[in-house]
Write a protein that binds this ligand. Structure first.
Ligand SMILES: [Fe+2]
Length: 265
């Protein structure tokens, strides 16, 4: 048997993510077919990973409630690895926790649920933000003139639920780039791959948004027939206005050690 069978799955994923996104980065004049094949292999590997592969499991609810009045973080992050090509880690959401609507400028991403269930709402910014001529007659809440440069037209692309048996949720620089992630019916955890990683010095800082109001609906509800166990994916295509906001006060992300197999790229 090939010795590769002894390589932990998460190590295979890290290596495949590295070669896939390294190629994607330089594929402007490269071979898109090869990149697509590598991405397909990565999706296949990511689809098969489970919480046990990373030695993680849902925490007992009482143990995660905090100690002596110190409120524990609603979300924690386990760092696995990072290179200039991609970063990889696990987000753990307490019951009822939410990662607010945020973006991934110029980045690709892959989210795979390890346990529990999450609801993911994906948006994309449209080409122009708010100007006096495009401003709708009334916002609720109203937008002060100084905030106008922080208001963006956007499109709600999809709303979908993911569990451990679902395939990964994907994002690209142009598609499903903004998302909000809510834990559904208890705690949840997901593997998160970003390529390239956030880097404010390179213009890849994380921004948070609030949906001011929806504008109109071009609703198309799609049922993914072959993936009924994953739940229905609703392609809503609903236009909205988003206001860029500071990181919400009720959201912060703690850190905790990653207990799974060592990974090196
Ligand atoms: Fe994200």
């Amino acid at each position: 048997m090939p010795r590769d069978n002894k390589t932990p799955l998460i190590q295979k994923i890290a290596k495949q993510a590295y070669i896939t996104f390294k190629d994607l980065k330089s594929s402007a004049n490269g071979d898109n077919k090869i990149v697509a094949e590598k991405l397909g292999e990565l999706i296949s590997l990511v689809t098969s990973i489970r919480a046990a592969d990373l030695k993680i499991a849902p925490k007992k609810t009482k143990a995660s409630a905090g100690v002596a009045g110190v409120q524990s973080a609603p979300v924690t992050y386990m760092h696995i690895c990072e290179t200039e090509v991609c970063s990889m880690g696990v987000f753990l959401l307490r019951p009822g926790a939410s990662i607010p609507l945020h973006d991934h400028p110029g980045m690709n991403g892959m989210l795979k649920v390890l346990y529990g269930k999450v609801s993911v709402r994906c948006f994309d910014k449209l080409d122009n933000n708010l100007t006096l001529s495009t401003m709708p007659p009334h916002f609720d809440p109203p937008v002060a003139p100084l905030q106008m440069s922080s208001v963006w037209r956007a499109m709600l692309r999809s709303v979908a639920e993911y569990s451990e048996v679902s395939g990964p949720c994907l994002l690209t620089p142009l598609r499903d780039n903004l998302h909000q992630i809510d834990a559904v019916d208890g705690p949840a955890a997901f593997l998160d791959i970003l390529a390239p990683p956030y880097d404010p010095d390179e213009g890849r800082d994380c921004h948070y948004y609030k949906v001011l109001q929806t504008v109109g609906t071009r609703e198309e509800t799609e049922s993914k027939g072959s993936k009924e166990e994953e739940g229905e994916k609703k392609e809503k295509e609903e236009e909205a206005w988003l206001l860029e906001i500071p990181q919400p006060e009720n959201f912060w992300c703690g850190g905790e050690p990653y207990p799974g197999p060592a990974v090196s790229i």
